[in-house]
Structures are given as C-alpha cells and as structure tokens.
Design a protein around this ligand. Structure first.
Ligand code: SER
Length: 878
C-alpha cells in the first residue's frame, strides 16, 4: 500500500527500522555540539558523531531518526539551488537509519530495498543505483543479493563519497535514484542523464573514514552505516507531484503564502512561483532556527538567519506586498508542523515576534536602499562602490544585491565590492551597520565624547543601572568569513550614557559584568577609558545583538567588584603603614588593584625585613579591626593639600579632587571604588616582597577570602610536608634538620665507600701498568669518579702516570689524568692529547692532575691510542 503523506511516511519509516532492532531517536536541535560539527545540523548523523569517532560508547548499536536539517552554510549549502530545481530546500527533514559498528553494507542495502519496494510502494524496476568507483562489495550486494540488474548500477567518484564537512567523519556511499521518465530529461542513468529525471532520494553512507584538516583520510575505529533520505523528496516521488513544494509537507505553507501575498501559485507566472517557493521554504527555515534559539544578528548563525528572513521579505516586496506578512506566515508553519515538532508550538509567539520585528527593520532598509539600487540597475551595471554603500549604509547584504542584479540580468562588480570592503577594514575598526560613528580610532572616541559628553559614572553608589547605548564600535577586525564562524564570539566596544562600570584607572582594574538590551546580551570582559571620562565597555555578544540607541541594563559582577574594593582600600592602609614603619620617604610608584590581589611598588633602597613586614601587616590588620568608616568626597585641591592627602605624583589632578579617608589612618586622593567600613576588608596578608629595580621594591598582598585561602594553602603544604616527614606540622623544622643531618652522614659514608672501591679497583688496574704507566678505557663513571680512580692508581707503588678515558652515559666523554710528582710528565698535556682526539679541550698547564671532556664517544679508543703514542707505548695489546 503506497505511503503518500508526510505523517504516514514518517510513521512507516520509523516503524520499519524499530521492527529491525533500531532505537527510535528524536531529532537533535539545529545547533550541533560536536567540535567537528558544521554551523547547523546538516544531516541525521550529526548527533551521532561521537559514536562514529569512538569518543563515546553508543547507548544502542543501531538507531533511526527523522532529523530536521538546514543546509545554508559550509559544505552543504543549497541556497543557490533553491527555487530553481524540483528538489532542493534549505530546510528539510531527513529520514535515516544508523549502525554504530553493528551491521554494514549488506543489511543497509537489504533494508533499504525492502522498505522502498515492499513497504513504501516504489517500483523497483524504476530504481537506479550508484556506488563509489572503488566499491565492488556494494555493487555485488545490489546485484547478487537484491537483484538489481547491472545496467542500472553505475559507479561515480566524488558524488559517491559523502563527507559531513571539510573535516569529520565520511565514507563511500551508495545512492538510490528514481527514474521519472523521459518527459523529465535524457536517459542514461544518474551518471549521465538529467538531474530532474533521475532523482536521488536516499543516500546510504558506509561511514568508515575520518577526514583530517590536512585532507588526509584515516579509518574510523568501526565500520558504520549512516543513511539519509529527504522526506520531502520521497513525498514528491510518491505523490507524483512535480516539485517538493507541491507535496503535502510544504504545499499548505505555500497556500498560506498565496493568501498573504495575494498571488496564486502555479497560475502561469514562473517568477511568482519561484518567489512563493522561496518564501515557503524560508518560512520553515526561519521558524525552526528561531525555535532552536537563533536570533537575527550580524554574526555567525544570527547572520544566516537574518539573510533568510531578509530574502523572504525581499521576495514578498518584489511581489508588491507592502505589509508585513512573515509573522503570520510562520504561524502556518507552526500549525502545520507543530505536531511533529512540539518546540514550534512552545515557541510560537517568540518565532512570530522575532520574525516580525526583523521584517519591519528590513522593510525600512529596503525602501531606502531600493531607490539607489534601482537607479544603478537602470544604468546597466551595479558598481562595487554602490554595492558597498548599499551594504554599509543601507544594510543590504551583498547576497541580496547580487540576487537582484542577477534577476535583472545586470552585471555586478563583485571584485569592486570586495575591494571596498577591504578598504573599509583597513581604514577602520569601527563597525558598519547602525553605528552612528563614522570616524575611526581616537577620532571616533572624540566624536562620541563630543556628541554625548562623558559617561555618567554611577559605580560609586551602585553596581546596577539602566542607561542608553550611545555608540557601538567594532573591537575586532574580522573578515566576513570569520564573522560567520559561530564559534567566534564577536567583540564590540559599547558606550553608555550612564554606567555603573568602573573604567580601569589609578591601578584599579576595569569592572566586568553584563549589558542586556531588548535584542541581546553581552558579557563585559573589561572596562577602560577610551578617553578620560569616556567609559569603554569591551563586550562579547552572547545572544542576539547590541545596537546603538537601545535601552540597556548594565550589571557589574558584584562579587568581583567587592573583592577589588577590599584590595583597593587595603592598598591605602598598606601605604600608610609602610610610611609609618619604613619611613616617610615611601611613596607609591605604581600599583595594581584587582579582584585577585593587590600590588604596591615603592621607593626604598633595601629589602624589607621579615620583622618590618610583620609589623606592617599587624598595623594594617589593627586598622581593619577598628571597622571605622571609609569616606569619599570631592573637594578642592587646596583643601586636599591642607588635609595632607597622599597624592600619586604620576597623576594629573584637576581643581576638584576626590578624597578617600580610610578611618583616621589614611587620606589619599583616589578615584577608585572602596569599601564603606574597614572591617569589610577582612585580613590583609602580604604574600611577597622583592626588588623590581634599583631603589624599587614590590609588595604583593591579598585580602578577604583570598587571605584565608592563602593561609589555608600554606597550611596544606605544611601538612603535606609533615606527612612526608612522618611528623606533626609544628615539628616540621626539626624534622628537616634531622633529614639534613642524615643526608650529611650518608654523603660521608658514600664518599668513604667510593674511595674504598676506587682503592680496590686501583690495585687491579696497577696490574695492567706498562713501565709505570696506566692508560685505559673505563666507561660508566662520572668525571669526578674517574678522577678519584686515577688518583688512587697513582698512589700505588711504581706508578708514574695514569690516563683514564670513558663515557659516563654513552653521550659525553670524560678524561682523567694523574701523574706522579717526579715523573717528568704533565697531566694537562696528556689530557689535551686525549681530548683532541674526541672533540674536546683541556688545560695543558695542569701539572699533576687534570680532568677534561670530549664530545665524540666513538673516538674514545682513538683517544687512548693517541695518549699511548705520546707516551711511547706501543699499540694496546688487547
Ligand atoms: N549523511 C548522509 C547525507 O546527508 C546520509 O545520511 O546524505
């Protein structure tokens, strides 16, 4: 019984494979997770990649799924074919069955044939098969097991090798095609005939390889199966309709588009038909993308979604539709597909809202840009400059300009556009799009300051506030391609009219936190002054996008800010204590105040003693325990001087200054953020003191919980040391003393044993003396050991001279020479003789004892021979 509607086909497919032991697995989201994954889920196999690669054990040996797929980027991008062929879609459902090291070609092929011919209702005589040029096995199975005549099996090369992306799992594949008859094109099978006649509708991939970034292929740990068939294509063939858009899976959505645009489908106007097909296809893509959390933006996935929505809007606009229609159109997608994909129903309002807003924005753009583009089209050529202006000023994606130009059969200077883009990148790091700022770098900041004035800093009172984004400037200079990489988080500089974020200054680091607008969320990774008074929030956009003019909610990470405040007030107390203990000459030469620690550089000519450091620590902590208030206020510079406020000479101060009084212990000019009461600082612990230059010392310290952590860490180290010494923490010092004593004893013992051993061996070597001379090779001893041995031999009666050469480790050469006082020999000269032979040197003046080294261990015997010759000894006997 033929299966000719989407729901019964989905059911029949799943049931067939479940009956054959497959786990029915739900579709995964359109955003894949594996590191090798493409931007969007492009095949049923994406969610199973870890099993193919052997990274995870598959929970079932075989599976079946109906996977939502989007082919709008990367290796599998069908946007150019969309609307032009019978069978391409940017969103489709993929029917698939999978084996993870379980069955392979034979069962995959048998299952496919059985399902197609016995269950779904395809006519086996009209099916054609292609296999990879190398795949004799697959051909044999199709022919011998299934019975397909050899005339209907063809071999293809690249077309029958499927790959997920530029890298990732891949393998040879076998494709199943249906011959639609001569009215659709030339015969000759899929290898030769027309693509509309032989429609490929099921791909059986024998997933056995991995493509590496350098293009090489290796084997996967197991042989697997990954099949994929486009549900809409199957329906087109089974329903006997001319295109996928005429199937019951999509036709209802086209019908909704007909109604909304007021244009009838298949009423004899190809242009209208193509527009309705693109609108119908895109309505599905955008609905599913938004349901899976993508929102339109200028980056990555959001940029692709923006393109989808904008293309659909443009087609509607072309059809003369003046009002917004997408919000309603996506409701028909939800209605029609919501049963199979419940996420559509759950997110119905969000989908409609996101799409509707983007449509509204783009319609404004279109209205503005179309006039310019139409003028250009009338001239018969779209220049690169105008294409760039459309992109830069009107927000017309170049793809849309290209599409319109192609439709009107007017050439577009793409190279000119690319060059203009490059020039812009070069010129500026200032972003395009909605930025109000047209200049670059410091000029841009000046312009912002000029137009909006300094940032109103609220961070002394609060860590959270609402404000307005006055400008957004691109912080990183990425190419289009890099920008569309979903893994790259775009970095922007955001300027707010009012902000609780402290901008780095006076040694204190900038605040971090988040900025949220109605269209996006950004993480603030740093805040710095772009110009004095102008707070620059360096952000990474986490969701959606951030645009100038938007209302924004700015929230400083309070825990980090608190830790920084503790360290800042701690620094003031530290400076006061230093002046008290070390001397009034002490002045701050530089500082770092972050959430993790504080650093204070001071002018002083010698190391601070441990006693001084302890006193300083004690003084500071006594002040902390008073828990007095910290007051910060603005006053005149004259008044501040009267108060005796500490000033940092490196800084410039205006007439009005900010004074910070920490209890009654310290008064300093400071723009930083501070605790309100000294007790909040918690214990201050100095962690290091050292020199950083002549007359310059650096002190590092921690406060609050970091102090506790530092003490705890020390304690743990002490405990570990105690455990190793098998003693208690408070007896570690004695334990180490004992250990050192024992080490000294052992060294002495070792020395005695060595000299005993040397004496024993010396006696043996004497036996080999020739005329009172011992010249021998001895490996496996260090230079020192060789020297001891040479001396020991020399001490034996009748010995005039000893030369020992050998390698301690097989890599270097050691030479030791010892001669008797009245021997007439010079130790250094003999050592030099030996060293020369094996690539080394020696001091020839050394009178009675010399050690030397060489590099070439293969020349040790030559060295011995050279010394023997110098001493007038004949060649060695043995
Ligand atoms: N992964 C293969 C394809 O997408 C088969 O599922 O064609």
């Amino acid at each position: 019984m033929p299966t000719t509607d989407a729901n019964s086909l989905r059911r029949a497919f799943t049931q067939f494979f479940v009956d054959r032991g497959h786990a029915a697995v739900a579709s995964s989201p359109l955003i894949p997770t594996h590191p090798t994954a493409p931007m969007f889920t492009n095949a049923g196999m994406n969610q199973f990649v870890p099993y193919f690669l052997g990274e995870e054990a598959p929970p079932y040996p075989r599976a079946t799924s109906i996977q939502k797929c989007v082919r709008l980027s990367g290796k599998h991008n069908d946007i150019d074919e969309l609307g032009k062929t019978r069978r391409h879609l940017t969103f489709f459902e993929m029917l698939g069955n999978f084996s993870f090291g379980d069955y392979f070609k034979e069962d995959a092929i048998r299952f496919a044939w059985q399902l197609l011919t016995e269950v779904v209702g395809f006519d086996g005589d009209r099916l054609w098969i292609t296999v990879h040029t190398t795949d004799d096995d697959a051909e044999a199975i199709w022919h011998d097991t299934v019975g397909v005549p050899l005339e209907r099996i063809q071999r293809l090369d690249k077309d029958n090798f499927w790959e997920m992306g530029e890298t990732g799992p891949c393998g040879p594949c076998s494709e199943i095609h249906l011959d639609n008859g001569p009215e659709w094109g030339d015969g000759g099978g899929p290898a030769h005939g027309g693509g509309d006649r032989y429609i490929e509708f099921w791909n059986l991939v024998f997933m056995q390889n991995f493509r590496h970034p350098d293009a090489s292929l290796t084997d996967l740990p197991t042989k697997n199966v990954d099949t994929g068939g486009g549900l809409e294509r199957w329906l087109m063939l089974l329903e006997g309709v001319p295109t996928v858009f005429d199937t019951d899976a999509i036709r209802p959505i086209i019908a909704a588009a007909e109604e909304l645009t007021g244009h009838a489908y298949r009423a004899g106007d190809d242009k209208v038909d193509t527009a309705l097909r693109v609108i119908g296809d895109h309505a599905r893509s955008m609905s599913f993308l938004v349901a899976d959390t993508v929102t339109p933006s200028n980056e990555g996935r959001g940029y692709v979604l923006r393109g989808v929505i904008r293309r659909a809007v443009r087609r509607a606009y072309q059809l003369g539709v003046e009002r917004q229609i997408l919000g309603e159109l996506v409701r028909s997608v939800v209605e029609h597909m919501g049963q199979a994909y419940p996420e559509l129903r759950q997110k119905a309002d969000v989908i409609a809202d996101v799409v509707d807003r983007e449509e509204g924005r783009f319609r404004q753009t279109l209205r503005a840009g179309s006039i310019l583009l139409d003028e250009e089209l009338d001239k018969g050529r779209v220049s690169g400059e105008v294409a760039f202006k459309l992109h830069d000023t009107y927000g017309f994606p170049i793809e849309i300009t290209a599409e319109i130009a192609e439709e009107r059969e007017v050439p577009l200077d793409r190279a000119g556009f690319d060059a203009a883009m490059d020039r812009q990148r070069e010129r500026s790091r200032v972003g395009a799009g909605k930025a109000v700022i047209t200049t670059t770098g410091i000029d841009a900041y000046r312009q912002i300051l000029h137009e909006y004035g300094p940032s109103d800093f609220l961070g002394y009172q609060t860590v959270e506030s609402d404000g307005q984004i006055v400008a957004v400037v691109r912080a990183d200079d990425l190419s289009e391609e890099e920008r569309s990489d979903p893994r790259r988080v775009p970095r922007l500089e955001v300027f707010l009219d009012r902000t609780p974020f402290y901008a780095e200054g006076g040694g204190q680091v900038g605040d971090i936190g988040t900025i949220t607008t109605p269209s996006g969320v950004a993480r603030v990774i740093d805040t710095t002054p772009a110009l004095p008074g102008l707070h620059r929030h360096v952000v990474e956009v986490l969701e959606g996008d951030i645009q100038s003019g938007q209302e924004a909610h700015a929230v400083v990470d309070a825990l980090t800010r608190d830790a920084t405040r503790r360290n800042h007030t701690g620094t003031h107390l530290l400076q006061a204590a230093l002046r008290e203990i070390v001397g009034p000459h002490v002045h701050q030469q530089g500082s770092y105040v972050g959430p993790d620690r504080l650093r204070f550089d001071l002018n002083h000519h010698e190391p601070l003693t441990p006693e001084q450091l302890e006193q300083i620590e004690n003084l500071v902590n006594e002040e902390v325990l008073t828990n007095q208030g910290v007051r910060a206020y603005e006053t005149t510079m004259d008044h501040a001087r009267e108060l005796g406020a500490m000033m940092f000479f490196g800084d410039k101060y205006g007439d009005i200054v900010r004074v910070v009084e920490a209890g009654n212990y310290s008064v300093e000019l400071c723009g930083g953020t501070h605790v309100h009461a000294l007790g909040t600082i918690g214990p201050l612990k100095i962690t290091s003191e050292g020199s950083i230059g002549s007359n310059l010392r650096r002190i590092e310290a921690v406060t609050g919980t970091a102090s506790l952590l530092s003490v705890q860490q020390d304690e743990r180290s002490l405990e570990r040391a105690a455990a190793m010494l098998r003693t208690k923490p408070d007896e570690v010092v004695e334990g180490i003393e004992r250990l050192l004593q024992r080490q000294r004893e052992l060294q002495d013992e070792l020395k005695a044993l060595r000299s005993q051993a040397a004496a024993g061996e010396a006696r043996r070597l004497v036996a080999e003396a020739e005329g009172g001379l011992v010249v021998l090779r001895r490996d496996g001893r260090s230079g020192d050991e060789l020297g001891d041995l040479a001396k020991a031999v020399r001490g034996e009666p009748g010995i005039r001279g000893v030369v020992l050469v050998g390698s301690p480790d097989g890599e270097r050469v050691a030479i030791a020479v010892a001669v008797a006082k009245d021997s007439g020999l010079v130790a250094g000269q003999l050592a030099l003789e030996a060293a020369r032979a094996c690539g080394g040197g020696a001091n020839p003046k050394a009178p009675e004892f010399a050690v030397a080294g060489g590099k070439d261990v293969t020349k040790i015997d030559d060295a011995i021979a050279a010394v023997r010759q110098a001493l007038g000894l004949g060649p060695q006997g043995r």
